[in-house]
Design a protein around this ligand. Structure first.
Ligand code: PEP
Length: 249
């Protein structure tokens, strides 16, 4: 971990029921969480209100997506204003499942991020390469293109956390090695330094996501440029998520 405050997000994806989420919230409420860590969970939209009203204020709430602008005649979408109304401080944007399963493009994602930031909602900006891109030696190029789309659109990086999530590691049980993750985190920081500013490069937290669990988090957290984690599967288990939060020492 670097010098910024460690940041751990739990992405619950499209999982849970009122009952299972009641249990998860109760486990999080009774967990001991290291004080010097920002902890955020992202429930499905329909459970945000339930989570907000039952979860300790120690843990902040994120959405998993948002509409690109102000609400209105956009059937099935959820606006940033509505997220704020429910008490969400963050939104995850550019997640690989939205890029590769739903088909969201760089420019669309950048516009959403800009709108959220302009409304005062923080952005967890996800980037990461596919397995075939890594095998073709294109990891850095893909990450840089995705970063550029954010950089071109964002009004400021003040409220942004970058999540490096290699697609081949998400939900597969194949975690990147600490060296593999560190290598890309350094490249991302370098890109920010050259293309945004030295200040943004040094203060922006770059977190890793992709099959992080209670067993592998400590080794990853030792890396100089890994400033936290975005956790999918393991965030559905309160005690294991707490272990990940507490992996920074
Ligand atoms: C994610 O979806 O952001 C993620 C990292 O998932 P998992 O931890 O399950 O690989």
């Amino acid at each position: 971990a670097g010098s910024g405050k460690f940041f751990v997000g739990g992405n619950w994806k499209c999982n849970g029921t009122k009952e299972s989420i009641t249990k998860l919230v109760s486990d999080l409420n009774s967990a001991t969480l290291e004080a010097d860590v920002d902890v955020v969970v992202a429930p499905p939209f329909v459970y945000i209100d339930q989570v907000k009203s039952s979860l300790t204020g120690r843990v902040e709430i994120s959405a998993q997506n948002c509409w690109i602008g102000k609400g209105g005649a956009f059937t099935g979408e959820i606006s940033v204003e509505q997220l704020k109304d429910l008490g969400c401080q963050w939104v995850i944007l550019g997640h690989s499942e939205r890029r590769h399963v739903i088909g969201e493009q760089n420019e669309f994602i950048g516009k959403k991020a800009a709108y959220a930031l302009n409304q005062g909602v923080g952005v967890i900006a996800c980037i990461g390469e596919l397995l075939e891109e890594r095998e073709a030696g294109k990891t850095f190029d893909v990450c840089y293109q995705q970063l550029k789309a954010f950089a071109d659109a964002l009004p400021s990086w003040d409220n942004v956390v970058v999540a490096y999530e290699p697609v081949w590691a998400i939900g597969t049980g194949k975690v990147a090695s600490p060296d593999q993750a560190q290598e890309v985190h350094v490249a991302v920081r370098d890109w920010l330094k050259k293309n945004v500013s030295e200040e943004v490069a040094s203060k922006t937290r770059i977190i890793y996501g992709g099959s992080v669990n209670g067993g592998n988090c400590a080794e990853l957290a030792k890396q100089e440029d890994i400033d936290g984690f975005l956790v999918g599967g393991a965030s559905l288990k309160g005690p294991e998520f707490a272990t990940i939060v507490n992996s920074v020492t």
